[in-house]
Design a protein. Structure first.
Length: 113
């Protein structure tokens, strides 16, 4: 049995990659596929061998979008207030900011008596 073929050939001879988006995933697909019935992109070639190679690249992107939609459907959209750990400053920087704030409060308290 061969691999699934998602190649489409239009009337001008240009190849497209097209995969149908299941109805239950359509509202959860990432942009620009949100609400669309097909995940479709031009392969910008008229050569069948080149189209088959390009299909493999697009299939991985398409599958990633489907997995993201499935995850969003199960878990809901990401919380806007949360940041990934990589976006947070280092612990030493957080400690230094906190300690400097405490020292400033202490100095102000000592000045005012």
């Amino acid at each position: 049995m061969g691999l699934m073929n998602y190649l489409l050939w239009d009337r001008h001879g240009t190849y497209y990659f097209r995969r149908i988006i299941p109805a239950e995933l359509r509202p959860f697909m990432p942009a620009p596929w949100t609400g669309k019935a097909n995940w479709k992109e031009s392969l910008q070639t008229k050569d069948p061998a080149t189209a088959k190679r390009a299909q493999a690249r697009l299939l991985s992107r398409c599958v990633a979008d489907f997995e993201e939609a499935e995850r969003t459907r199960r878990e809901g959209p990401a919380k806007p207030g949360l940041r990934p750990l990589a976006a947070l400053p280092p612990v030493a920087e957080i400690e230094a900011d906190f300690l400097s704030g405490l020292l400033e409060e202490d100095a102000a308290h000592r000045r005012l008596g």
